[in-house]
Design a protein around this ligand. Structure first.
Ligand code: SF4
Length: 674
């Protein structure tokens, strides 16, 4: 960590290390609690070692709001809220930068404005209003006023959001800026608005106040800004006196996935490096911050060792583990709760204007609701089940000083996460399980694998968390008992023999199972395929090369058919991941057949009935059933009659949908309820 630990300067700020907590929209902003939740959220991460955190986007005016849960920087209530947050950050010894934000055509509301009236595909018919020349002048003034308000609120810096396809980025791109006045035209004219915004902000805050700009290193949009144009914009900002450039990547409407679990680690760093080289050729001292899909500070150290960018920003890993910096700098990597790239509790929620949290750290965003601190009423608590819900409960109980015993019937911890970790692209699920086990051991908890707990045994505890998980649901189809019919759990644990496979059920598990069958289990191989498929440079640089599982023989996509009676394939998978996961299967040639009914399973496969009544035999040397789950819970009746206080959580409580976010959240709530 030597390179990360070198001090550096962001304008007038002296920063002790080169890890930046990147911007995330939290949804906590409009809570109306005077900034209490925001203050707790940022303070905890500064205490965990972040020196500089950048807020989620704060709108510069009403029409800049991305949605109804965005606040406006110049509002008195916003200034008051953030004054509390900046004070908390300063008390913890860190710095907070305000990201000044304008959604432009990405605003989800009738107030959306844009350089030109070009809607995006998720706008559901909403056409953004074209900004007039007067609107543009007013918007520039609003950026300046917001920067001044940020300074008034105690922020240490501001970052202008000019990436990910938001307004400043929209002005730069010929796709969205089709203006014929002075604010549009050639690439020089298209830069005019974002540069005017920067200059107005600089004038508003003065030369001693750090201003950084997050620029799009690549839009990942055919026909959008070119590399030369990106460089020209970066250099123009550098010439104008920007204090740092931070890289962003990919527009929200890009067809190239950028943030999902299947995106190789560090896939985008090469784009930041190219940008940094170009900037440093003229401005060698100007910091360029690399980012995106870096989840491990050992990778971040490796990024700095390559000698191009000057610092590294991580965002979601700070949700997963607020202590990531302290733990990394102390060499305690095994204790770090890793971001698994699921997006389920963070990005997917922010897209529907809900407060974000984190699947693997359900306290995230709820720091005030679930404060830390050692208990003064120590209890002896049993947790039954070592899947995500049980681990979340045990982790919280042990951390707060309770006497915890975790019973897991299997030989290893993880439950459904253990299965998910065997799916290509989800390898990081194993990291969060492993780190939970390490934290439990460090906190003195007893972990008893290969042990079932019955009520008699549990009677010795003050309380019990029942997190015994789920079992695969069987199907009532003729032939379901044939020997070549496997549950998804059997298929993943034992592997699937060579030959054709018919998958009954196309929800999240069916899609994962198909990926398990057709995709390489070697991360490096998969990263190279990702690079090739999307025509990228350097996306595989940081991919780890783990050995392919002996059980796994990637098979051609056309040997696999996923069947679904009705509904979307991958239903239940989060909005940001479903299209990526299903698209990967389509790309691999997996046949996906819906609108059918099941007639029977034969030794040759599955006979289905199409809507027009025709019958088709879907080849299946192996048939795998992915038809949901049943609660695995046989303790509560006994616990009730024995009068043992207990909470039932996760799949054991409700197995109707695969929802690990709910499971871990319930685990945490149970840990606090006992
Ligand atoms: Fe990472 Fe998932 Fe947590 Fe988001 S919810 S921070 S993607 S682990």
């Amino acid at each position: 960590m030597e390179l990360l630990r070198r001090p550096w300067r962001l304008g007038s700020l002296e920063l002790p290390h080169r890890v930046v907590m990147g911007s995330m929209h939290t949804g906590l902003e409009p809570r109306g609690d005077g900034g209490e939740a925001l203050a707790a959220f940022y303070r905890e991460r500064i205490e965990g070692g972040a020196a500089l955190a950048i807020t989620g986007g704060i709108s510069v005016n009403e029409e800049a709001r991305g949605g109804p849960d965005y606040v406006v920087m110049t509002d008195a209530s916003t200034i008051a809220s953030y004054r509390r947050a900046t004070r908390a950050v300063h008390d913890a010894g860190g710095f907070l930068s305000a990201q000044l934000f304008h959604a432009g055509r990405y605003a989800v509301g009738e107030w959306a404005v844009a350089p030109s009236p070009v809607p995006w595909r998720a706008a559901r018919g909403l056409v953004p209003r074209e900004l007039t020349g007067a609107d543009i002048e007013r918007t520039i003034a609003d950026f300046a006023a917001s920067a001044a308000a940020a300074r008034e609120a105690g922020f240490d810096a501001v970052e202008l959001m000019a990436s990910e396809g938001y307004l400043l980025n929209q002005f730069l791109s010929p796709l969205t800026n089709q203006r014929t006045d002075e604010w549009g035209g050639d690439s020089v004219a298209r830069m005019r608005f974002p540069l005017a915004v920067f200059e107005a902000v600089r004038a508003a805050v003065g030369s001693d106040f750090p201003v950084s700009v997050r620029i799009s290193a690549t839009d990942l949009m055919p026909g959008s800004t070119t590399e030369a144009e990106v460089d020209a914009f970066a250099l123009a900002l550098a010439d104008a006196g920007v204090d740092a450039l931070s890289m962003g990547v990919g527009w929200h409407e890009s067809r190239v996935p950028t943030v999902q679990a299947s995106v190789p680690h560090g896939a985008w760093i090469a784009y930041g490096e190219r940008l940094a080289d170009s900037v440093h050729a003229r401005h060698p001292g100007l910091p360029v911050i690399g980012s995106n899909r870096v989840i491990d500070l050992r990778d971040a150290e490796g990024v700095l060792a390559r000698g191009h960018v000057d610092a590294v920003a991580l965002a979601r890993p700070f949700l997963a583990d607020p202590e990531i910096v302290n733990r990394s700098f102390a060499g305690e990597f095994a204790l770090i709760n890793s971001c698994i790239g699921c997006d389920q509790a963070c990005i997917d929620r922010s897209l529907v204007f809900r407060e974000i949290s984190c699947l693997v750290n359900p306290r995230a965003g709820r720091e005030t609701e679930f404060p830390l601190g050692i208990t003064n009423a120590r209890k002896s608590v049993a947790v039954v089940g070592g899947g995500p819900a049980g681990l979340a409960a045990a982790d919280d109980l042990a951390r707060r000083g309770h006497d915890v015993t975790l019973f897991e019937a299997r030989a290893e911890l993880g439950g459904q996460f253990g299965l998910a970790a065997r799916v290509p692209g989800k390898e990081d699920y194993a990291l969060t399980v492993r780190s939970a086990a390490k934290r439990l051991a460090a906190a003195g908890a007893q972990v008893r694998t290969n042990e079932r707990a019955d009520a008699a045994r549990l009677a010795a505890f003050d309380g019990v968390v029942v997190a015994s998980g789920v079992t695969p649901r069987a199907v009532d189809i003729a032939g379901a008992g044939l020997p070549h019919v496997l549950s998804y759990e059997q298929a993943i644990r034992q592997g699937v023999p060579a030959g054709t496979v018919a998958i009954i059920g196309g929800g999240g598990i069916g899609v994962d199972l198909a990926a398990f069958l057709v995709e390489s289990h070697d991360e490096k191989t998969r990263a190279l395929a990702f690079e090739e498929r999307f025509g990228l440079d350097g996306a595989a640089e940081f991919a780890r090369s783990r050995p392919t599982r002996a059980l796994h023989r990637p098979r051609p996509g056309d040997e696999v058919t996923v069947l679904r009676r009705s509904g979307k394939f991958g239903q239940g998978v989060g909005i940001t991941s479903r299209w990526v996961n299903v698209g990967a299967l389509q790309h691999a040639g997996v046949r996906m057949l819906s609108g059918i009914d099941y007639r029977r399973i034969t030794p040759e496969g599955v006979e289905v009935v199409h809507a027009d009544g025709t019958i088709e035999l879907i080849p299946g040397d192996t048939v795998v059933v992915c038809a949901g789950q049943e609660p695995h819970e046989d303790l509560s009746a006994e616990l009730v009659s024995a009068g043992i206080p207990h909470e039932i959580v996760g799949g054991a409580r409700d197995a109707r949908s695969v929802d690990a976010v709910r499971a871990t959240s319930e685990g945490l709530a149970a840990a606090r309820a006992l």
